[in-house]
Design a protein around this ligand. Structure first.
Ligand code: SAM
Length: 239
């Protein structure tokens, strides 16, 4: 998979070269390009923003600069991802969808965002997604891109040491994952649940499912409503 990020702060994307993502790049599983938007400016100030039409506070990123940048970075096989608090929510399902793509291009906004015509124009040539990572407002799209890239790349074949862990994570079956424990058996008077030391895999699996159901019910009941048709009688009894 190829990932390109266009930003006015390329250094902000350094974590893309670290840890799991860095190793995925070294092993050739992903190819990452980070591009300085100011490379497509021609004035002495290298300006990327201008005052908003209609007035109001803040500045808007200029369409000419973004247009040229995206013309240079995108191909007919790209999908353009635009982080914005006004986008559709980024979820595990969207991460899975992106993990199937050949080329993702991320356009990092700053200030009040990017002139809307940049996306309307790009949408004439490629799929364009305006995506939000949550109901809060960040200063720029870079942190949102780091979040999305990490969620997508860990789903790619060969990236995680044990691919089963991605299959068992929260949201994979629509539920939050239950609690985890490791050694020692007793720590500060707190003990590991007996069932996890029983060696009975059927009981352990049932206990984990019950914990996931209870945790989801307490913390994210909205997720359970989406799953209503998939719960069996035992699941319903737990709730
Ligand atoms: N005026 C915009 C609004 O109210 O929707 C907010 C702009 S925000 C200050 C600047 C940039 O941060 C956005 O263009 C976007 O790239 C990024 N951003 C902020 N919050 C975000 C979120 N929740 N999800 C994704 N990107 C976000």
């Amino acid at each position: 998979m190829k990932l390109d990020v266009v930003t006015i702060f390329p250094e902000y994307l350094q974590p893309l070269r670290a840890a799991l993502l860095g190793r995925a790049a070294e092993r050739g599983l992903i190819e990452i390009g980070v591009h300085d938007l100011r490379n497509w400016t021609y004035d002495v100030h290298r300006a990327v923003d201008d005052a908003p039409y209609g007035g109001g506070p803040g500045m808007v990123m200029k369409p000419q600069v973004w247009g040229e940048a995206l013309d240079a970075v995108c191909t007919e096989r790209s999908r353009l991802v635009v982080p914005t608090p006004a986008g559709r929510p980024f979820t595990q399902a969207v991460a899975r969808e992106y993990a199937e793509q050949e080329h993702l291009v991320f356009a990092c906004g700053r200030y009040e965002g990017i002139d809307q015509r940049v996306f309307d124009d790009a949408a004439r040539r490629m799929p364009v997604d305006e995506v939000s990572i949550g109901d809060y407002v960040l200063v720029g799209g870079e942190a949102a891109v780091l979040v999305m890239v990490e969620a997508v790349v860990r789903l790619l074949p060969g990236v995680l040491g044990n691919p089963v862990s991605a299959e068992q994570d929260s949201f994979s079956d629509g539920l939050l994952e239950g609690p985890s424990f490791t050694r020692p058996e007793v720590w500060r008077d707190l003990t590991v649940p007996d069932v996890l030391r029983s060696g009975n895999h059927a009981h352990i699996e049932r206990w984990r499912r019950d914990q996931a159901l209870e945790r989801t019910f307490r913390r994210r009941p909205d997720l359970l409503t989406l799953l209503a048709d998939e719960l069996d009688d035992h699941d319903r009894a737990v709730l």
